[in-house]
Design a protein around this ligand. Structure first.
Ligand SMILES: [Zn+2]
Ligand SMILES: [Zn+2]
Ligand SMILES: [Zn+2]
Length: 734
């Protein structure tokens, strides 16, 4: 007999395990960690064997038997890791087992999602009110967003943020037609990322310069010491961190051990994968969400067999089924994509600590702009201060209070751009807000147009000519007059990349402008195609959101313009200053990478704000000192551990009462300085939300208390229609 955890989302069953019989013909093939199929209720479910049991808990006759085994097994080490993650993040064991379970092989589903290269057009006759009135919010939003000539399915789904299944439903209703893209339209069929990358083995190792050599020495020493160690490789952009990682991986392979290299977003870091492949060839396994299901299974099995002792991947690759892992590198460790924003809400860095803890090994964070939490222990920090090539770019502030003209780019920036392009060079323009106008408001009464389901302001998109809620995807027509006072037309405020793109096209020939944001780029392949096109164009300007500041190396960019340094400043998040500092430092690092000098112009309404001033003056040390001091004063990480609790309900009063009761209950354990809230959050998709945040010096104690409260309250709350969510070490407070 064995105990199983079915891989089904069954919250109300808590962490229960279930007893099952093993049929005699399977006895030899089933062990702890085996992934099997077993009857559960009326269906058959995938399940993990978590224990062999010899005592029988019930009458044998009542027990059901395992149906079959998949012959994939989760290693003991990863079962233990799943348990540790579930304890650290107060998540169900089942949700954590999912993270370590092998991927499901693709199964053909009839009537599944339309293919990625489908072209969507509206059926004109079907615009009859009767059909359209019966559509769901999502369906109506998609329908509204289809431009007159039709659209590629990927771009459409991304702008409205829905799955392709929605379009199948619309096609079934006869409202849209799914077909083949017309000749010359800008949509290519997707190609798997792994194929697109060159794979050369046996590349010669480049020489290290003294600073790198020293860093490698220090880190190898940390790796060789017994037990586990953690280090931060703090290197300015272009200082050669990747080569240091590769040397460490070589060292680990000499010992017959394995290494995992995590990168923020695979699509933005193809160069990293290419370099790892070039060095280690077939020994490299790649794991990320862009792989087709079949490829994913193949890579997983190759890694599990030990054929690929070097694994490169995004966040979830920290759970790779690799034996004897002795090195985990987290590149660009400040990146927010390392935190999963759904259950279990883990952070890859913490999981890496948990994974290396029992077995020993080196956890290496690399960043040009580390999190303040990582800078806290200076003795564990290795610096790279020299850029491989090119001088440090000069930074200039453009004080927008003294600039007129009503254009997004000040005259000085336009001149700099024109000059750069005249020389046949490349420029990057950053504006960290997508859409055409961030919000639409009335100058007379101040009314702001909001999504009626979400209490969030809606964004104007000129391509579809409508107001769009970036959260739920619902679209609205823009009224001619303010609906609140009817006294004035509405004004578009907070310009985004779409507007900047348009402004640039009045200054620069169209073919020289490349735009990069999540409205235009919906897949990794498309990101890479755009980056390649930009790289091979001279002159050229790349305009986009923070995506342009991440990872990618551009050899020929000599000018960086920041259109609005203030976009991230006034958000209710204690990390706002740090994120602004990081973004400005990262994007400035894109200028003048090769032999040409770079120039950086930063437009701001707040030139005196410390995080902006210090980023421009490159006063890193001063910035982190000041940031850590303010965190200490306010009791934020790294001086406290945070736990955030949220109540979500259709009924606003119940969500509020639920949050208030939680605070009452928790105030027996936490002081007023530790317990913040409850506070109301904007309603999303028609669901009211309240949250409270605990900031406690003793994180372990705080989590234990919260766990107890969750265990007792989750079920009674659920029965009243209130979902109780917990986020340990939250990165977002919206
Ligand atoms: Zn958008
Ligand atoms: Zn008004
Ligand atoms: Zn909405």
């Amino acid at each position: 007999m064995v105990q199983l955890v079915p891989l089904l989302r069954l919250r109300h069953l808590g962490d229960r395990v279930f007893d099952y019989l093993v049929p005699p013909e399977l006895t030899d093939r089933i062990h702890v960690g085996s992934v099997v199929w077993a009857p559960f209720g009326r269906r058959s479910a995938r399940a993990v064997v978590v224990a062999m049991a010899d005592s029988v808990s019930r009458e044998l006759a009542e027990l059901r038997a395992i149906e079959s085994t998949t012959d994939d097994a989760i290693p003991q080490e990863l079962l233990a890791l799943a348990r540790a993650v579930s304890e650290r993040y107060l998540s169900s064991y089942e949700s954590c087992l999912r993270l370590v379970a092998p991927p499901l092989a693709a199964r053909r589903r009839l009537g599944g999602k339309p293919a990625r290269n489908t072209w969507v057009t509206r059926v004109p006759a079907s615009t009859a009110e009767a059909t359209v009135a019966k559509l769901t919010t999502k369906q109506a939003a998609v329908l509204d967003a289809i431009p007159p000539g039709g659209s590629g399915i990927g771009a459409l789904c991304a702008c409205v943020d829905v799955g392709r299944g929605v379009l199948r439903a619309l096609a079934a209703k006869g409202v849209v037609e799914l077909g083949v893209a017309p000749e010359g339209s800008s949509m290519r069929p997707e190609r798997p990322i792994a194929e697109a990358l060159p794979c050369v083995s046996g590349a010669a190792m480049p020489r290290l310069w003294p600073e790198q050599e020293q860093a490698v020495e220090q880190l190898v020493a940390a790796y060789e010491q017994p037990g586990s160690a953690q280090r931060l490789l703090w290197g300015v952009t272009g200082s050669g961190k990747t080569e240091v990682y590769l040397r460490l991986v070589s060292r680990v392979l000499e010992d017959g051990a394995g290494a995992i290299l995590l990168v923020p977003e695979i699509a933005l870091t193809p160069q990293m994968i290419a370099r790892v492949r070039a060095r280690f060839g077939d020994k490299v396994g790649v794991l990320h969400s862009g792989l087709a299901p079949g490829e994913r299974v193949r890579e997983y099995r190759r890694i599990a067999r030990g054929d690929a002792p070097v694994v490169v991947g995004a966040r979830s690759a920290v759970f790779a089924p690799l034996a004897n892992v002795k090195l985990i590198v987290v590149d660009e460790s400040h990146d927010t994509s390392y935190k999963q924003e759904e259950e279990p809400r883990y952070h890859a860095l913490t999981v890496a600590q948990l994974r290396l803890g029992p077995s020993g090994g080196l956890l290496l964070e690399g960043s040009a702009t580390p999190r303040a939490e990582s800078v806290g222990q200076p003795e564990e920090c290795v610096r790279l201060t020299r850029r491989a090539a090119g001088a440090v770019p000069e930074c200039e502030v453009v004080d927008m209070r003294t600039q007129g003209g009503g254009q997004l780019l000040a005259p000085r920036c336009r001149e700099a751009l024109a000059e750069t392009l005249r020389r046949g060079e490349q420029a990057i323009v950053l504006l960290n807000r997508r859409g055409y106008a961030g919000y639409v408001h009335c100058d007379l009464c101040g009314h702001v147009m909001m999504c009626s389901d979400c209490e969030l302001s809606v964004t104007y998109h000129s391509r579809v000519g409508r107001l769009l809620c970036h959260h739920c995807g619902r679209t609205y027509a823009q009224p001619a007059l303010c609906p609140a006072c009817a006294g004035a037309p509405l004004t578009r405020a907070a310009p985004g990349t779409e507007r900047l793109d348009r402004e640039l096209r009045t200054l620069v020939p169209h073919e020289q402008v490349f735009r990069m944001d999540s409205d235009t780029l919906t897949s990794g392949t498309r990101v890479q195609a755009l980056l390649r096109a930009f790289e091979s164009s001279r002159p050229a300007v790349l305009v986009g959101t923070q995506m342009v500041a991440k990872g990618h190396d551009f050899a020929d960019v000599t000018l960086v313009l920041v259109a609005d340094a203030d976009t991230g400043l006034y958000v209710p998040d204690f990390r706002a200053a740090e994120r602004t500092f990081q973004l400005l430092t990262q994007v400035a690092g894109r200028a003048g990478r090769a032999e040409r000098p770079g120039r950086v112009l930063v437009q701001t309404w707040n030139p005196g704000v410390p995080c902006i001033r210090m980023a421009l003056l490159r006063e890193e040390k001063a910035f982190y000192e000041q940031e850590l001091e303010s965190r200490r004063r306010l009791g934020y990480p790294p001086f406290a551990d945070l736990v955030r609790l949220m109540t979500v309900a259709e009924n606003g009063e119940r969500a509020q009462v639920g949050a208030q009761y939680l605070v009452e209950r928790l105030s027996a354990h936490f002081s007023g300085q530790e317990l913040h809230g409850p506070a109301r959050l904007p309603t999303l998709r028609g669901r009211a939300r309240w949250h409270l945040v605990i900031a406690a010096g003793d994180g372990e104690r705080a989590r234990a208390i919260v766990k107890q409260a969750m265990t007792q309250l989750q079920e009674p709350y659920r029965r009243r229609g209130v979902t109780l969510l917990v986020d340990v070490d939250p990165q977002s407070f919206s």
